[in-house]
Write a protein that binds this ligand. Structure first.
Ligand code: GLU
Length: 420
């Protein structure tokens, strides 16, 4: 994360632009620029060696006009309150755009989870969920995994909440393991959804994704599955990276073999069937058809936007492109499929899981996957058509269209509820 870019400032800038585009007043901007509720919690836990350590966590509940707050919790050493607020605002737009009955929320703990043992992580996770237990709930706020949290984290959250509230509240978190009411498909869903978004934009720009070159920055859950499904769809994934660096092979990387090496050695850079190693910065500037930033925010900035050669950018990460960079990309004619559209697969599957929990387990995996695909395709085309038909495409990118649809939905819900 770059020090000079504050994601909350960027999120507010994007909101301002959308409010102006839709011709809504300042009072709407002011309502949406701040979260409805923001909680900071102090988490003090006993470490394995007997010492005591204190961590800070947050939950930002941005907007509930369309339904209960929904969004993940990230564990990251650089997470801060402004990042969490920005991410919660992006969840409001993402959920609205996807047509889900959810508002937006996000949580975070400032911690390097790689430095904690599993039992320390369990104590930290339970402490966090206990601390926010009065403001989350099946119909209040439904957390899920995000950066460095996973189905195990969700199991601890679910158990802690159920213990405190004396019940079995499966619907209080999504992204749970299958044994505890989760869906097999949830793990692949963000990356799978991103691959579908990339396939759809490739159809528009090149007539199809087959034979097109792709670079993926980040090899976590989203990046790995995006790369895997894109190569299964016939794209040539020439580069991938993780926090330690990247690898390049013009003939295409075998994604499952790369994953094996990452699992065994801790990084993709130890994979040997490559032409060269590259840095994360070099990966972004490769001459490929499709670039998929799948790591963290603010990696495409006004400093490197001019050197980006990809024809389309499909944002698997949240907030990888700054507004200044986006203006440069738009001028260059680079199509950006925005995060709130391209990475919505995770929360779309979360919704299916939540509905399934409330029905006591009903949905079949194949049905869940088909629903995800259908929703991603429909959402992509709704945004594309709005962009092409209602906006000047030389001035506005797809993000403007996605934001316009999302903010308008939230605005209408607020109006109907009598908030404005
Ligand atoms: N953390 C994911 C996101 O940023 C998923 C959120 C959810 O499933 O609630 O969209």
């Amino acid at each position: 994360m770059s020090v000079t870019h504050d994601p909350y400032e960027e999120a507010k800038k994007q909101l301002r632009q959308t409010i102006d585009l839709l011709g809504l007043g300042d009072e709407v901007y002011e309502m949406l620029a701040v979260p409805e509720r923001l909680i900071q919690v102090r988490l003090t836990i006993k470490m394995d060696d007997g010492s005591i350590k204190t961590f800070i966590g947050w939950r930002s509940q941005h907007n509930s006009a369309l339904g209960p707050y929904k969004g993940g919790v990230r564990y990251h050493p650089e997470t801060n309150v402004n990042e969490v607020i920005a991410l919660s605002m992006w969840m409001t737009w993402k959920n609205a755009l996807a047509g889900l009955p959810y508002g937006g929320g996000k949580g975070g703990i400032r911690v390097d989870p790689k430095k904690l043992s599993p039992s320390e992580l369990e104590r930290l996770s339970r402490a966090y969920f206990a601390a926010i237990s009065d403001v989350v709930g099946v119909d209040q706020d439904i957390p899920a995994p995000d950066v460095y949290t996973n189905p195990q984290t969700m199991s601890w959250y679910f158990d802690e909440y159920s213990r405190i509230k004396r019940g079995q509240y499966f619907g209080v978190v999504t992204g749970k393991p299958v044994e505890l009411g989760g869906l097999e498909t949830r793990v692949i869903s963000t990356g799978y959804g991103t691959a579908i978004a990339a396939r759809e934009v490739a159809k528009k720009l090149f007539g199809g994704v087959e034979g097109r070159t792709v670079a993926v920055q980040g090899f976590g859950n989203a990046g790995y599955y995006a790369a895997k499904f894109l190569s299964e769809m016939g794209a040539i994934v020439v580069a991938v990276s993780d926090s330690k660096g990247g690898i390049f092979n013009s003939k295409g990387l075998k994604i499952d073999d790369v994953k094996k090496v990452k699992n065994e050695t801790g990084s993709v850079i130890n994979y040997t069937d490559i032409e060269k190693k590259i840095t994360n910065e070099e990966l972004l500037e490769l001459d490929v058809d499709i670039l998929v930033p799948a790591a963290i925010e603010n990696v495409i900035t006004e400093e490197n936007a001019d050197r980006i050669k990809a024809k389309a950018i499909v944002e698997a990460a949240n907030g990888p492109t700054t507004p200044e960079a986006e203006a440069i990309l738009t001028k260059k004619g680079i199509v950006v499929v925005p995060d709130i559209l391209a990475n919505a697969g995770g929360v779309i599957m979360s919704h299916i899981e939540w509905v399934n929990n409330r029905m006591g387990g009903w949905i079949r995996e194949e049905e869940a996957k088909a629903r995800l695909e259908e929703k991603m395709v429909n959402n992509f085309h709704a945004v594309w058509d709005y962009w092409q038909k209602k906006l000047d495409t030389s001035k506005y990118n797809m993000r403007a269209a996605a934001y316009a649809i999302a903010v308008d939905r939230v605005y209408r819900a607020m109006k109907l509820r009598g908030w404005i």
